[in-house]
Design a binder for this molecule. Sequence first.
Ligand code: FAD
Length: 235
Amino acid sequence: MQILPYKKEHHEFRKRLREFCKKEVIPNIPMWEQQKLVPKEVWQHMGRSGFLCPTVDKRYGGLGGDFLYSVILAEEIAYTNHSGLFASLHSDVVVPYIVSYGSEEIKQKYLPGCVKGDIITAVAMTEPDAGSDLSSIKTIAQDQGDYFVLNGSKTFISNGINCDLVVVAARDPDIEDPYKAMSLYLVEDGTEGFNKGNKLDKMGMHSQDTAELFFVNCKIPKKNILGQKTMVFLC
Ligand SMILES: Cc1cc2nc3c(=O)[nH]c(=O)nc-3n(C[C@H](O)[C@H](O)[C@H](O)COP(=O)(O)OP(=O)(O)OC[C@H]3O[C@@H](n4cnc5c(N)ncnc54)[C@H](O)[C@@H]3O)c2cc1C
């Protein structure tokens, strides 16, 4: 019985994606698990085949699909029985921050690459001493005129080694109330002061490149804030 209202185009998307997974994903999983990484080219292949960020608007190169496409993406990756290729974190968790809160300039700059698989994203909230209680994060973003300067560290970050762009939660050190101090910032790989740590060893999910990230006097442009300053706990 079909519970969700899939249409013909959803079924076609699923069929093509399942075929892609059968050919390009499943045979390579043992190798990726051993290498503890999914090669970036796989992301590009997946993106260019139209399977990443299916809900992103056509203006930015996406399919402009509804949420059922995201459901299909999550299901078909789950059927492959591995979690290294964390396409749904990219497509349905991180990229939606940019879609919902990025300025038009930011959307035009990053979304086409996210759809094509040239930009792999991550979200960095958890810290060594702040997991469930996000309000206790210590990473700061100091407002310095034209820039924000980030200092702090994050841990357990999925796609942490492969990521080209990270949504980072950080607090304004000048605001005392932790619930009002936090904002989200975009940091590009290659920015001075942004360093990736080691891949973390885990009990499972070996091909998922979960890692630590470090920010040391990491200067990012003012426009890289997502949404209104300090809105994280207020929306
Ligand atoms: C494989 C993996 C991938 C991850 N990917 C990401 C990522 O991409 N980005 C990111 O930001 N984070 C990521 N995380 C981190 C994840 O979000 C945190 O592990 C999670 O928020 C829990 O935090 P913690 O591990 O510090 O546990 P803690 O907060 O220390 O919690 C430990 C235990 O105590 C319980 N507990 C905590 N507070 C209370 C309370 N007040 N009352 C009762 N019980 C409580 C919790 O339920 C839990 O069982 C990842 C983690 C893993 C393991």
